[in-house]
Write a protein that binds this ligand. Structure first.
Ligand code: NAD
Length: 326
């Protein structure tokens, strides 16, 4: 297939591109590089540096490239900012998304794999969370993604769009050549690795009074290459699926305090962790039920162990101490 990957210069997108190339797909990436890195995009791919909501840029791609399907990862992704400044989340994650869908329609491209998020669920009512769990987001990030999931439903019903939406839990880890290097890092594992590497004095643990086993938030960490592989399985199955949603998580939760300890164990370096106030918009526990994706797509994570996942991130970080060097 020829794939258009939005956000393909970003952390997860660049790994999706790497794995898709390995499967023989041709790739065009559209990324405005607000967070992504040109150097993360393999040289075999065309990188179009543009906003994915830009009609002219999209028309130019769709009219010159035989795009079979779109893998849509571009987004604003910081939960805490989405609470204080929701406008950019609805613009980038919802409004731009409609521009993308309409460009797809104009050019007769009717296959989409969409990066949604566990943040669409909100506070867990039952754990692990299945795809049928109520979706009541508690931050604008989750709301903006849920709105786009719902828009996809209508485009399926009215226009025959075929789509799989993946509700990722917490992406982590690295491949041999691609890892996590956000300009405005908010993700726990790279922040802790910075401390272990001596590049940051300490890391904050936001909230120690959650109803969890040690009071800190519990998350389900899933390796980035396992996430990428789910996309490839979905692309193969899209025509049969029609319209579907899947969690991507391992089904195992680790608390923030446990992640700090695991980083100390894997790296052999002490990590100073400072207990801070809760942040708005953080649910106490997010752990996936991954039964559906295993049963329907035959997916299973190659990395099921947190230490192994952290080890891949640590290796990439030591080999790339300045990230992508930009
Ligand atoms: N990282 C996680 O743990 C996680 C969890 C759940 C869901 N997700 C979703 O996965 C996707 C990828 O996340 P990530 O961690 O790789 O983030 P990322 O910031 O590394 O990647 C997003 C990419 O999209 C690009 N981008 C953003 N807005 C754009 C626009 N308007 N036009 C063109 N490019 C644009 C950025 O430059 C960046 O390269 C996002 O949709 C995110 O919501 C991530």
């Amino acid at each position: 297939m020829t794939l258009l990957v939005t956000g393909g210069a970003g952390y997860i997108g660049s790994v999706v591109v790497e794995r898709a190339l390995g499967r023989g797909h041709r790739i065009v990436v559209i990324d405005n590089l607000q967070e992504g890195h040109a150097a993360a995009v393999p040289s075999e791919c065309q990188l179009v540096q543009a906003d994915y909501g830009d009609r002219a840029a999209l028309d130019a791609i769709f009219s010159t490239q035989p795009i079979d399907a779109v893998v849509h990862l571009a987004a604003e992704t910081t939960v805490a900012t989405s609470v204080s400044d929701p406008a950019i989340y609805f613009q980038n994650n919802t409004v731009n998304g409609v521009a993308l869908l309409d460009a797809m329609r104009r050019h007769g491209v009717m296959r989409l794999v969409f990066s949604s998020t566990a943040a669409t669920y909100g506070e867990p009512v039952t754990v692990p969370m299945t795809e049928e769990h109520p979706q009541q987001p508690i931050n604008a990030y989750g709301e903006s993604k849920l709105m786009f999931e719902q828009i996809i439903r209508w485009y399926h019903r009215a226009y025959g769009l075929k789509s799989a939406s993946f509700r990722y839990f917490n992406a982590a880890g690295a491949t041999e050549s691609r890892g996590e290097a956000h300009r405005h890092e908010s993700h726990l594992i790279p922040l802790i690795l910075d401390v272990a590497a001596g590049d940051r004095p300490s890391v904050n643990i936001y909230g120690s009074d959650y109803p969890t086993r040690d009071g800190t938030c519990v998350r389900d960490y899933v390796h980035v290459s396992d996430i990428a592989d789910a996309h490839l399985l979905a692309l193969d199955a899209l025509d049969q699926l029609g319209l579907d949603w899947f969690n991507i998580g391992t089904g195992t939760g680790n608390s923030v305090a446990e992640v700090v300890t695991a980083v100390e164990r894997v790296t052999g370096h002490p990590v100073q962790a400072i207990r801070a106030e809760r942040r708005p918009g953080d649910p106490a526990t997010l752990v996936a039920s991954s039964d559906r994706i295993r049963q329907v797509l035959g997916w299973s994570p190659r990395y099921a162990d947190l230490d192994e996942i952290i080890a891949t991130a640590w290796r990439w970080r030591r080999q790339n101490p300045t990230g992508y060097g930009d």
